[in-house]
Write a protein that binds this ligand. Structure first.
Ligand SMILES: CNc1ncnc2c1ncn2[C@@H]1O[C@H](/C=C/CNC(=O)c2cc(-c3ccc(F)cc3)cc(O)c2O)[C@H](F)[C@H]1O
Ligand SMILES: [Mg+2]
Length: 214
């Protein structure tokens, strides 16, 4: 039977990356996506912006919406201080299964809590299920029309505190117009656009970093 692209991406990690070495896992995925098959990972260029934001925030609690194959999960988790927690939500069981193996190959299982489920169902359960009061950093990279409703839901659930950072992928391509309008016009956010390119291409894309002002 035919393999899927995520399965082939995992194969490239297991073939080319060193167990326990997150940077080699990231490099193996980027090489696979540049040389063999494009995949919707945040990629190396936007990934460097992600790295710099994570390092600057130095978060104790991180939420990622949309794990896919775990590329950004590995990038973020590899930069977290000891005892910091990254919760990542993925509702496609096939993607979740691949991501678990990618995260394990990087040796980051202890820093990552991958939940197989929908953001809409799990955001309201974060506090009771995981004892998380607020998130220091949220990385949004799931369905683009869900960025805004899920941000409003996080606000309603009290998961954002003064200074919480939202970092959103793909605000230009494929684009998240309603989310962008909201965080740029709301007095409760201070937003900044980091111009870059769509992963592995020359097409413009970028990340929007928004600080929740409380
Ligand atoms: C809605 N709640 C969810 N809860 C849990 N997991 C979820 C939820 N929603 C989706 N997922 C999960 O999150 C992932 C979804 C990622 C979607 N990403 C993209 O579409 C996306 C698309 C492009 C792109 C650009 C140009 C082009 F020509 C073609 C593609 C580039 C990008 O960087 C992207 O991130 C996963 F697939 C889905 O199961
Ligand atoms: Mg993306």
């Amino acid at each position: 039977t035919q393999s899927t692209r995520p399965q082939r991406l995992l194969g490239a990690v297991q073939k080319n990356a060193t167990r326990g070495d997150p940077r080699s896992v990231v490099q193996a995925i980027d090489q696979f996506c540049r040389q063999k098959e494009w995949a919707m990972n945040v990629g190396d260029e936007k990934g460097c912006i992600l790295d710099s934001v994570v390092s600057e925030v130095n978060p104790a609690t991180v939420l990622e919406l949309g794990t896919y194959c775990g590329y950004s999960t590995v990038r973020i988790a590899s930069l977290l201080p000891p005892h910091a927690k990254l919760i990542t939500l993925e509702f496609n069981p096939d993607f979740a299964a691949i991501a678990r193996q990618v995260i394990a190959w990087a040796g980051l299982e202890d820093k990552v809590h991958l939940i197989e489920g929908a953001s809409g169902d799990w955001i309201p359960k974060m506090t009771e299920q995981f004892g998380v009061k607020t998130f220091d950093l949220v990385f949004l990279d799931h369905w683009k029309d869900r960025y805004l409703p899920d941000t409003m839901l996080m606000e309603e659930c009290g998961l954002l505190r003064k200074g919480s950072i939202l970092l959103a992928d793909n605000v230009i391509c494929p684009g998240t117009p309603d989310y962008l309008e909201y965080v740029r016009s709301s007095p409760r956010y201070e937003s900044q656009y980091f111009k870059s390119h769509l992963e592995y291409t020359k097409v413009e894309d970028g990340l929007e970093k928004s600080v929740f002002l409380g």
